[in-house]
Design a protein around this ligand. Structure first.
Ligand code: GDP
Ligand code: MN
Length: 346
């Protein structure tokens, strides 16, 4: 088995995917990464893996984003890793700056309380800004306007399996909204008010809820009840967004747009530490059709310390079925069992 999805798939040897072709078979998609100049070496490892296993066949462009300008070293070394085009973009100040309605005093006060609960990055303002940008602003960047699909990558992640079909075409042909590899529980302390704030939004906009939503998965409360309780009704199970392949038409749509606006005004990106992973997951889980969410079981993936490792001859470098590296207790952080039970695989 290779774990590849069934049905017709676009393969690089059957279509024109040469990097400079005017009418290549590539669809409207890009590989994107928010990244810092200092992370260049870790990013090169990511690119080497992704090129080897997939993109050297398809040559999708890379678009790198940064809150400060990329230096020449970054530009030269990334472009040297690929035949595909690389673009370097600055995040607009109005997308990165802390919004005017946020009180910095209240931020510092709440961050200090989270620090006392040992929440990583609680006081690091740039981490909060990053989570907010990834939640609701990246797809508004002018450089992404003409694109529909994105694949998010991060420095230091790994890809283990040869993938021989155009995954963006797969998304488009099957009308997929969102693709993931790993599902994890979150630290409830970072999102105490996220579900209550979301419920207020739903009460005011009941028609936004998708008929085929994932509420049962979102509110699951038997596997790790202390998580669901700590997050006031949300299981904290989320798509781990350091890997995600998505349709920006969904995020740009009325429902998600209004939802992000509501969350942003509520202030939890700063007064708590709402991550883009639970925010995207709730948005997808409530406003998308669960049939349009796809588990890429065939994309072997690692972001420390978790893995998605298929049992397939196309993979090397990870152990089939492996979920974690390190202590055994990490196994219980995997919440795919809850996802598969309530949503299934599509
Ligand atoms: P973690 O995985 O939650 O520990 O967060 P990371 O440190 O991996 O950050 C997530 C992504 O955002 C990575 O691709 C980082 O390179 C990027 N990132 C985080 N903070 C900043 C920042 O202040 N500026 C820029 N340009 N990128 C950032
Ligand atoms: Mn990361």
């Amino acid at each position: 088995p290779t774990g590849e999805p069934e049905g017709e798939l676009w393969r690089a040897d059957e279509h024109d995917y040469s990097p400079d072709s005017e009418d290549s078979a590539r669809t409207n998609a890009a590989l994107i990464s928010l990244v810092r100049n200092e992370e260049i070496n870790d990013l090169l490892h990511t690119m080497r893996d992704l090129e080897r296993t997939w993109n050297n066949k398809f040559n999708y462009p890379y678009i790198f984003f940064n809150d400060v300008p990329f230096d020449d070293n970054f530009k030269e070394k990334t472009q040297a890793m690929t035949k595909a085009k690389c673009h370097y973009e600055l995040v607009p100040k109005e997308h990165w700056d802390v919004p005017s309605w946020i009180s910095m005093d209240l931020f510092r006060e709440s961050a200090q309380m989270l620090e006392e609960e040992n929440i990583q990055y609680a006081s690091k303002i740039s981490y909060h800004q990053m989570c907010r940008w990834n939640s609701g602003l990246f797809y508004k960047h002018p450089a992404l306007e003409k694109y529909r699909y994105y694949w998010r990558i991060e420095p230091k992640v790994k890809f283990f399996c040869n993938v021989d079909y155009d995954v963006f075409r797969y998304m488009e042909d099957r009308n997929k909204t969102y693709g993931f590899t790993i599902n994890l529980y979150d630290a409830p302390q970072t999102i105490r008010q996220l579900w209550p704030t979301t419920k207020k939004f739903l009460a005011a906009n009941p028609s936004y809820l998708n008929e085929n939503n994932m509420l049962d998965w979102i509110t699951e409360d038997t596997i790790r009840p202390e998580h669901t309780e700590g997050a006031n009704g949300y299981s904290t199970c989320h798509f781990w967004s350091n890997f995600e392949i998505g349709d920006m038409d969904f995020f740009r749509g009325e429902q998600y747009e209004a939802y992000f606006e509501h969350l942003d005004r509520a202030g939890g990106f700063f007064y708590e530490r709402w991550g883009d992973a639970p925010v995207h997951s709730l948005g997808i889980g409530l406003f998308a059709d669960s049939n349009n969410v796809h588990w890429f079981r065939d994309i072997g993936y690692n972001h420390i310390p978790y893995y998605n490792c298929p049992n397939s001859p196309k993979c090397s470098g990870c152990d089939a079925g492996q979920f974690f590296a390190g202590a055994d207790w990490l196994q219980k952080e995997d919440c795919r069992p809850s996802y598969f039970k309530h949503v299934g695989t599509h």
